[in-house]
Ligand binder design. Structure first.
Ligand SMILES: [Cu+2]
Length: 97
């Protein structure tokens, strides 16, 4: 809706709306600080990503991103292209296995 209190609002405001989310990824294949640094640098460069924290053991990345500008699968693709296996870590409890 572009009307608020009878005033038409600038659509630019809506285009610029941000949706910050913290995404956690499990990463396999990193074996040293060079690997974590490589992932961290690659993810930091992605437009919409504001903060990246990569851990070596267990391999994971915590990414704060504006999901209106970048999707989890784009981040996954960036990690995959470096040669690592990655899976979006869901915080919700899954079915018991
Ligand atoms: Cu390494």
């Amino acid at each position: 809706m572009l009307e608020l209190n009878g005033k038409t609002r600038n659509p630019i405001i809506y285009q610029g709306e941000i949706n910050m989310q913290t995404l956690k990824f499990d990463i396999h294949g990193m074996h040293c600080g060079g690997c974590t640094g490589k992932v961290e640098r690659a993810l930091s460069k992605i437009d919409g990503v504001s903060h990246v924290d990569v851990a070596l053991s267990p391999g994971s990345a915590t990414v704060e991103a504006d999901t209106n500008r970048v999707t989890a699968s784009q981040i996954e693709a960036a990690i995959t292209s470096l040669g690592y296996q990655v899976k979006l870590h869901t915080a919700q409890p899954g079915p018991a296995t």
